[in-house]
Design a binder for this molecule. Structure first.
Ligand SMILES: Nc1ncnc2c1ncn2[C@@H]1O[C@H](COP(=O)(O)OP(=O)(O)OP(=O)(O)O)[C@@H](O)[C@H]1O
Length: 303
């Protein structure tokens, strides 16, 4: 049983070619009177792990939803390499190379792990159900190639030994890895990971961290990561952008971020516009790392 990601990594290299930068430029998102994101800009450099952190309600999920086309930006743009993604539909954005593993798992529990990962391939499949059902030779050949790729990806995330088990029989940590595998199955140039270690124990978190690093190192895929587990973030991120009440308040290396007064103040709930004492993250005196604590209790700024 493969316990480390990276096995067969050479064969698993993205088929889309070069890693791409993801540029978010002055994105604003309004929900009625609420400004969930206010002129947020960031650049995830090609082949890096870029984390987005911030207290509850800071706008992290909204940012992911704009990048993946689920929400429309009120202003600003998102670009992948030279291609503008703003205004495109989610399936088109996925086809252009933005793969997303969702925080809330939406895969079918009765289907096998293989079929659940295959869902990510359907976007790339030329043959429809009819031609595959008729067993047309090219459709059969195409399906065989897709299934071989699914096996490679499953092995890459350490799930090769459970491919034929129903998803519902897997542990929580394994199911989260199926979500990552399904996103990888879309052959992304940029992988969006939305709280990949939420609810995981220490061992599951360690394994997921290894996968994130292997995605960057073995596959050369740019990773954009939203996560509340600060020690995980600090161990995998090359760069971190910090949101607070929909605004970008800091952007830098993990060392810069964990010592940034504005970030510490935001997590302690002491910045202007936040509610003092409603901290979502606290500084751990021993390590200097920022670690999870109670959440913001105030509503984000109304504009
Ligand atoms: N579809 C929506 N309609 C109205 N308001 C929304 C919608 N989506 C998000 N919001 C609001 O936008 C703000 C930012 O929410 P968002 O979920 O992006 O924050 P977050 O940083 O991901 O928080 P968490 O860490 O708790 O997941 C919140 O005030 C939220 O209530």
């Amino acid at each position: 049983m493969p316990t480390r990601p990276g096995r067969g990594a050479g064969a698993t290299r993205t088929v889309r070619g070069e890693a791409a930068a993801l540029d978010v430029e002055a994105v604003t998102v309004r929900f009625g009177a609420l400004t969930a994101l206010s002129e947020v800009s960031l650049r995830a450099e090609p082949g890096t792990v870029h984390a987005v952190i911030g207290p509850n309600g800071a706008g992290k999920s909204t940012l992911f939803n704009v990048i993946s086309g689920v929400y429309s930006a009120s202003a600003g743009s998102v670009r992948l390499g030279g291609t503008t993604l703003t205004g495109l539909r989610p399936h088109r954005i996925t086809a252009l190379g933005v793969g997303r593993a969702f925080q809330n798992m939406a895969a079918s529990p009765n289907e096998s792990v293989e079929e659940n990962i295959m869902l990510g391939r359907h976007l790339l499949t030329r043959s429809g159900f009819v031609s595959a059902g008729l067993k047309l030779p090219w459709a059969v050949r195409e399906e065989r190639l897709h299934r071989a790729r699914v096996v490679e990806i499953a092995e890459f995330v350490g799930l090769g030994h459970v491919l034929h088990l129903p998803l519902g029989t897997l542990s929580y940590g394994d199911r989260k890895r199926v979500e990552v595998a399904r996103a990888l199955a879309t052959e992304p140039r940029v992988l969006l990971l939305d709280e990949p270690v939420a609810g995981m124990n220490a061992e599951e978190t360690r394994r997921m961290s290894e996968i994130v690093l292997a995605v960057r190192e073995s596959l050369g895929i740019t990773v954009l990561l939203v996560e509340h587990d600060m020690s995980m973030i600090m161990s995998v991120a090359d760069r971190i952008s910090v949101l607070d009440f929909g605004r970008l308040i800091a952007d830098g290396t993990p060392a810069q971020i964990q010592n940034d007064p504005a970030v510490i103040a935001a997590y302690l709930g002491t910045t202007a516009g936040t509610d003092t004492g409603a901290a979502s993250v606290r500084t751990t005196a021993s390590s200097g790392h920022i670690s999870a604590g109670p959440a913001h209790t105030t509503a984000p700024s109304q504009q």
